[in-house]
Design a binder for this molecule. Structure first.
Ligand code: ADP
Ligand code: MG
Length: 252
């Protein structure tokens, strides 16, 4: 069995009196790609934000390689650096070039040598087809290029795990593929990832395991073929059906 990277046990998360998770547990092993799907508002983003300690939690525990991810842990900053997160809206600094955006955290937060980071950043940019954009500013990039930059920025921190939250949701359709291909490539390199997406074909292609979240719990969990071909619960069937309908509808 591969090593456990992330262990979420009995997570309880409330926003005031809104209960998002009551008792959610999930173990992620090294090299595993887990795709999280579920209806809007079921807590997908909240889960990723809890993993990164961007949210307070009201119970349970999250551990990265055995170390508690919590505000009480004095090592929280260094643990957080091992968790790469890519959001829907890139969050690049507008006044900094692509290269400077990528180099900022490795140099400032990790204290690595500028030259070494620069070399790695350029190499990663090349791998995602952006070598010519190193000195451009975010406003000079397309949405797909910005998102690939954001992925490189996360990778340059050498994270143990990558979290992707609907990273193609804000992109024009023709740019979705170029970003999904980068993520697929990372999966093939054996990176450990949690991916929230509404791109179901992509989910099926990339996932080792699919998790269906609904009403604050893991409602269903299985292989991609099992989940998409033979969902076990009525809720999952309903969710997948809506999806098929929406996609067909969108084409007309
Ligand atoms: N900062 C917040 N304050 C209060 N409620 C929130 C906050 N963020 C999310 N929620 C609520 O928590 C639930 C889960 O939200 P979210 O994790 O964003 O869902 P998803 O990403 O699956 O669409 C929703 O009901 C949402 O309205
Ligand atoms: Mg969300």
């Amino acid at each position: 069995m591969p090593e456990t990277i992330l262990e979420i046990s009995h997570l309880r998360k409330l926003y005031d009196d809104l209960r998002v998770f009551e008792d959610l547990s999930l173990t992620v092993h090294e090299g595993e790609v887990i795709v999280i799907v579920g209806p809007s508002g079921c807590g997908k983003s909240t889960l990723l934000r809890c993993i990164n300690a961007l949210e307070d939690i009201q119970g349970g525990e999250i551990r990265l390689r055995g170390e508690p991810v919590s505000k009480e842990n004095r090592n929280l900053q260094s643990i957080r650096q091992k968790i790469g997160m890519v959001f829907q809206n890139y969050e690049l600094f507008p006044h900094m070039t692509v290269l400077d955006n990528i180099m900022l955290a490795p140099v400032k937060a990790q204290g690595r040598k500028k030259e070494e980071v620069r070399e790695e950043a350029l190499d990663l940019l090349k791998r995602v087809g952006l070598e010519s954009k190193a000195d451009s500013y975010p406003r000079q990039l397309s949405g797909g290029q910005k998102q690939r930059t954001a992925i490189v920025r996360a990778l340059c921190m050498h994270p143990e795990i990558l979290l992707f939250d609907e990273v193609t949701a804000a992109l024009d359709p023709e740019m979705v593929r170029e970003v999904l291909e980068v993520i697929l490539d990372l999966a093939n390199q054996g990176k450990t990832m949690l991916v929230v997406t509404h791109e179901m074909q992509f989910a099926r292609a990339i996932a080792d395991r699919v998790i269906f979240l609904d009403e604050g719990r893991i409602c269903e969990e299985g292989t991609p073929d099992g989940f998409f071909d033979e969902p076990k619960t009525e809720r999952a069937r309903k969710f997948l059906n809506t999806f098929t309908f929406e996609r067909k509808g969108a084409k007309n």
